[in-house]
Structure formats: structure tokens, C-alpha cells
Design a protein around this ligand. Structure first.
Ligand code: ZN
Length: 412
């Protein structure tokens, strides 16, 4: 955009369009500010974008015309920080949605997710994950297509979260170890085919579930405002990690960064499927907790729920407390190693790791501080993830990204 003032007089009629031409480059940044809750009013939007009030007004009006946001001009709807009230901005309640899908070792789930990371509708699927990825992805897309029919929403695209590293640029699920899928399955292409076959609009994406959880938490949850955000989580089996730097996922040269599950945290520990011993993957997941507490995992519900229920319901039992503390210590060792390497400004924990933090936050923080150089010199904040279904919300973020980058180009 040219920094020069428009020499034309501000005439009638075409004024708003002229202002929008100047502001088109601001549409994406403006939408992202409303999407992430950082611009609740038009006054804040104007200041954040560094444009004139007239341009910010035209930008907000265009986003409203695209059905993406709502501009509430009612007097007294919201007070500005000082002086006169400003128009309130929010995501459109009946706007378009992204189809989000998640597959994990205990089943799958589909959801429709609007701007703002809002889950509009969701439905769980089968508890059995077929060994053929096309069957599973066909089923989860069919559930999502059903939700779209029921709600009548427009679909901007689809995103998939999988419990595997996803190699780029091909979109291959390299190590779906806790699914029966073949290693290296081209999940993004299979997912895209199923989305097209269901007659849905928009592009299709796929990525690792913890990466997507971290992205969602950074934009809408416990990671907001962090610059170097480390996320570690265990949902069902194994342990995953992710790093968000300056608002972008750090996924490495081919999508495989932050595979933290194979940090060794217990030299005498159990053998790991990677060939090592005592890895975080097998020492700090729900199965490890159940085993350490002497509980045989039951088939009737997810391992995460069984492990969560054990800590919530029977923490007073010495065996359960001891198992919980030993997992906290192993997780703390892993986090300390990551803190020494990555120097994050915040750590967020998801799945069972969030429950471990809540069970004894002081113990976990002490282990990390004792074993990490940067933790000792001040303490890295360690917080619980706050979003329900954060991998699904993150999968939707992938599908929303083209709209956030260029709202007019993606939707018009
Ligand atoms: Zn390992």
C-alpha cells in the first residue's frame, strides 16, 4: 500500500469503495484480530491496524458484508476505553464454518468450527479405528457432512488432526503407531479425496494433533500472548510436543519437529517402540499411569478417561498417588530438557499432562526448575490447556487460514 494521501476529494457514493481499495490489504489482519479476540471494538481495530478510522470502518463493513463478522453500532453496546463508545466487533454467529476431523487410537470425531475457535456442532464416531485410512476418513467426513446438512452452514474447507508426525510437503502420516494404519499413509490426499467425494467446498489439510492443539491454544486459549510457546500433551497413547514461535507453528524442515516422545526420562524404564528405553512416550502417557498404579486398562472407555478418573477419584489411595507422582517426575524431567534447548516463555500441558499438573502443580514446577537452567533463573510459567477439543479447533484453523490470509479472495 502506498503511504501517500489520496489526492481525490472525499466524494459521495464511491467513498466507501475507495477506502476499501486502500484497505484491502488490511482485511486479513483485521479478520485475524477479531478472530483471536484482540479487537473487540472498532476503536481497538483502528489502533491495531494503524489506519484511519474511515479505513477501519470500511474494512469492518466489508468483513460484515462477507458474513464473517458482526459490527454492533447500538449506542451503549460497548464503551470505548475512554470517551465515546465504539462499535463492538464480534465473529458472525451464523457465519461460515470449517469442517474439523480428528482420529485417535480410541475413535474419531467430527466438528464444525466457526471463527473465534467456536465449536458450532460436534459428533463422536466409532470406537474402533479401521486399519484402512480411507474407510476411517470417509466415515468421519460423512459425519461432518451430516452436521453441515443439519446446520445449513457454508463450509470454507476441512482440516484433519492425526496422532502421527505428518511429513511435508506430501502430507504422509509417518508413524501412526497407535493406529493400525500403514506407516507413511498419504493421509492428506486421502482426506482431500473423501472431502471432494462428499461434495464439500474448500481445500483440505492434515497435520499432527498436538501441533494443532498448540496452534488453537495460541490463538484462543492458554497460549494467547506467548511468543515462544511450548505445548506437551498426551491424549490417548504416546506423548507429543509442539512449538509456536511468533504465532506460527515451528514444524521443522519437513514437518517433523518437536517429536518429544522419545526423550529418555527413565534409564531403567520400559522398552519403547523406537528401540530405546524409558522414553516419555511410554513413561508418561495414560497407559503408563494405569500400569504404575497397578490397574489393568479396561476396554470399555478411552485410556485417557480411565487415567483421568483414577487421579480425580482415587488420589487419596497411596498407590494412585505414588503412580501420579512418578509420572509427574518423569514429565518434569522431559520438560526440563526441552526448556534447556528451547527457552520457551510459556509451557502449556494437555490431556493427562494437564491432569498431572492440576494434581500437584508445585511438584511439577519444582522438578522443572531444579533440572533446567532457564527454569532455575526465574521459572517458566506452566499452565493447563484451556480449550475443549483443541486439536479439532486447530484442525479448523488450517482450513480457516486461506480466509484469514485473504478474505475477499477466498470467499468472493
Ligand atoms: Zn522411544
Amino acid at each position: 500500500m502506498s503511504g501517500k494521501a489520496d489526492p481525490r476529494p472525499a466524494g459521495e457514493g464511491s467513498t466507501s469503495r475507495t477506502r476499501l481499495d486502500r484497505g484491502r490489504g488490511a482485511l486479513g489482519p483485521a479478520l485475524e484480530l477479531v478472530h483471536t479476540g484482540r479487537a473487540p471494538t472498532r476503536a481497538v481495530l483502528t489502533a491495531e491496524l494503524g489506519v484511519t478510522r474511515a479505513t477501519a470502518g470500511a474494512v469492518a463493513a466489508e468483513l460484515e458484508a462477507l458474513g464473517l463478522i458482526r459490527v454492533d453500532a447500538r449506542p451503549g453496546a460497548a464503551a470505548g476505553t475512554q470517551g465515546r463508545p465504539s462499535h463492538r466487533l464480534s465473529v458472525a454467529e451464523d457465519g461460515p464454518v470449517a469442517l474439523a476431523a480428528q482420529v485417535h487410537s480410541d475413535g474419531y470425531r467430527a466438528a464444525l468450527v466457526g471463527l473465534g475457535g467456536r465449536i458450532v456442532a460436534t459428533a463422536p464416531g466409532s470406537e474402533v479405528v479401521d486399519a484402512d485410512p480411507a474407510k476411517v476418513l470417509g466415515s468421519v467426513v460423512a459425519v461432518g457432512a451430516g452436521l453441515l446438512r443439519e446446520t445449513g452452514r457454508r463450509c470454507v474447507g476441512a482440516g484433519l488432526a492425526v496422532p502421527s508426525a505428518v511429513a511435508e510437503p506430501e502430507g504422509l502420516a509417518l508413524n501412526p503407531l497407535h493406529l493400525a494404519w500403514p506407516a507413511g499413509a498419504p493421509v492428506r490426499e486421502i482426506f482431500a479425496e473423501q472431502v471432494r467425494a462428499a461434495g464439500l467446498d474448500g481445500p483440505a489439510f492434515a497435520a499432527n494433533d498436538v501441533n494443532l492443539a498448540a496452534l488453537a491454544e495460541h490463538r484462543h486459549g492458554a497460549g494467547r500472548g506467548s511468543r515462544d510457546l511450548l505445548c506437551v500433551a498426551t491424549g490417548h497413547r504416546g506423548v507429543g510436543g509442539a512449538l509456536v514461535l511468533d504465532g506460527r507453528l515451528h514444524s521443522g524442515s519437513s514437518g517433523l519437529a518437536l517429536e518429544v516422545g522419545h526423550l529418555a526420562v527413565n534409564p531403567d524404564g520400559r522398552p519403547c517402540h523406537c528401540g530405546g528405553r524409558g522414553c516419555l512416550d511410554v513413561e508418561a502417557d495414560p497407559l503408563a499411569l494405569l500400569t504404575a498404579a497397578g490397574r489393568a486398562p479396561g476396554p470399555e472407555m478411552s485410556l485417557l478417561k480411565q487415567a483421568d478418573d483414577l487421579i480425580h477419584g482415587q488420589y487419596g489411595e497411596p498407590g494412585v498417588r505414588g503412580a501420579t507422582e512418578s509420572l509427574i517426575d518423569r514429565l518434569g524431567l522431559g520438560l526440563a530438557g526441552l526448556v534447556n534447548i528451547l527457552n520457551p516463555d510459556r509451557i502449556i500441558l494437555g490431556g493427562l499432562h494437564r491432569t498431572l499438573l492440576e494434581a500437584d502443580p508445585d511438584r511439577l514446577r519444582a522438578v522443572v526448575a531444579d533440572r533446567s537452567l532457564w527454569g532455575r533463573s526465574g521459572g517458566v510459567p506452566i499452565l493447563a490447556c484451556t480449550l475443549d477439543h483443541n486439536s479439532l479447533v486447530g484442525a479448523a484453523e488450517l482450513a480457516w487460514q486461506p480466509v484469514l490470509d485473504d478474505p475477499l479472495g477466498a470467499l468472493a
